[in-house]
Design a protein around this ligand. Structure first.
Ligand code: UD1
Length: 421
């Protein structure tokens, strides 16, 4: 069977401009929440990520009309139907869970299979379901499907037992059209939640508080259509920034939102990376060899994001000294370690900790991406390694990076996508 791989030859310095695309993790819940709106919605800066394509495929099954031309995407939900969402569809992406909140908001009923997505841990959805139940939704889990009846759903208070980005977003959607005031306590504060609030409010919702611990939603009768553009992707920005800190030579990252990458910028300041910020641009030049950053742990925003952990691990692999990463969010998120070891990295993993002893060089090897961000980390490793790297499973990378090889080639990287047997 043939497959696409990246062939990478490491060692080049990167200079020129890399423009950050719109945020995948903001677009996914926003696209799901179009189910709550009436009329036409026009999105102006939709990136070509396969996760977005998959979300559109699911929406089409619900009879949502979608037209796409390059970065323009129009959505019309006038004839949306409440169809059962099968395992074949939900298996494609974790974000399919957002459809549950949106369908309950619009139809007060939904049947959906358990969501799929990157294999970075068990990724339960108990927090979502518990929150729906606390508003009166009847939920039966049977034969791999979740049957929800929200006929008696009432606005009220929801206290999340722990912080979840997805559960916060699901409840925002579900309550937007629910009569009365719903108050969500202990919510996630990720910028993508603010973006969902901005979208829903622009379409007529009454939501406030995103970015704080408490979100208040006053239900409205109807949401309308309109035009919308989503903010830049902070994980792509962070990936480029890490790359720039390793092999940038005046690498210019544009459409960069500083406030969403503050934590990483502070780390780079401490490791003496040379960068200059101006408006929404950052220019990065690598130093000879970064000193290691002693300890970082992944935590909800505004702390260090789990979605940058694999890329950061590559940075520390090449740093001078020892560094420890603690992964608090997902239990299988050190999948890239084995592959980095093949390339010459010195990493010891013990439960949630990775102890990284920096090496002077990595060497090209045949390696496999296990998920989206691990794949991005391995691209960085390949670009830094001596010799050739063949990176397999690049379909994971296409979930959240747009033709990454072309972008990187444009700034001087030696990387190509090839079909092999
Ligand atoms: C979102 C992001 C993902 C990012 C993650 C953490 C999207 C589409 N995905 O995922 O890229 O890595 O936030 O910033 O925006 N949990 C439960 N029960 C639940 C829900 C979550 O135990 O019902 C746990 C998870 O296993 C994890 C933690 O809570 O340990 C946080 O997960 P959550 O914030 O919900 O992540 P996602 O929304 O899945």
């Amino acid at each position: 069977m043939s497959e696409e791989v990246f062939l990478i030859q490491g060692g080049n310095s990167l200079s020129g401009e890399l423009k950050v695309e719109a945020s995948k993790n903001a677009y996914l819940p926003i696209l799901a929440s179009t189910i709550l709106c009436d009329g036409n919605i026009e999105f102006l800066n939709v990136p070509d990520f396969s996760d977005i394509e998959n979300m559109c495929e699911i929406l089409k099954v619900l009879n949502v009309k979608i037209k796409r031309e390059n970065n323009f995407l129009s959505v019309n939900t006038d004839s949306v139907v409440n169809a059962k969402i099968s395992h074949e569809l939900t298996a494609k992406l974790r974000a399919s869970i957002f459809l549950l909140g949106a369908l309950l908001g619009r139809f007060r009923q939904a049947v959906i299979s358990y969501p799929g997505g990157c294999k970075i841990g068990t990724r339960p959805i108990d927090i979502h379901l518990k929150a729906f139940r606390s508003l009166g939704v009847k939920i039966v889990e049977k034969h791999g499907y979740i049957y929800c009846n929200a006929g008696n759903m009432k606005a009220g208070k929801v206290v999340f037992p722990s912080v979840s980005v997805g559960a916060t977003e699901s409840l925002m959607m579900c309550a937007a059209l629910l009569e009365g005031e719903t108050i969500l306590y202990n919510v996630a504060k990720e910028p993508e939640i603010k973006e969902l609030e901005r979208f829903l409010n622009q379409m007529g919702a009454k939501i406030r508080g995103s970015g704080t611990d408490t979100i208040r939603i006053t239900g409205v009768k109807k949401l309308t259509g309109g035009e919308f553009s989503v903010f830049p992707d902070r994980i792509i920005a962070g990936t480029y920034l890490i790359l720039g800190s390793l092999c940038g030579k005046n690498l210019h990252i544009s459409n960069f939102k500083k406030e969403d990458n503050e934590f990483l910028l502070n780390i780079l300041k401490e490791t003496a990376c040379d960068f200059k910020l101006k408006n929404d641009n950052i220019i990065v030049t690598a130093q000879k060899r970064n000193p290691s950053y002693k300890f970082v742990e992944t935590l909800p925003f505004p702390s260090f994001p789990t979605d940058l952990q694999p890329q950061f691990m590559v940075m520390e692999t090449l740093a001078k000294g020892t560094s420890v990463i603690k992964e608090n969010l997902f239990e299988n998120r050190f999948n890239q370690t084995m592959e980095l070891t093949k390339m010459g990295a010195d990493i010891l993993v013990k439960d949630r900790l990775a102890i990284i002893s920096g090496v002077e060089k990595l060497f090209g090897a045949d390696v496999y991406a296990s998920d989206l961000r691990a794949g991005a980390g391995l691209v960085i490793a390949g670009l830094m390694a001596e010799g050739y790297t063949t990176l397999h499973n690049i379909h994971f990378i296409d979930r959240g990076y747009e033709r990454l090889e072309e972008k990187l080639k444009g700034v001087g990287a030696d990387i190509k996508r090839v079909q092999i047997e």
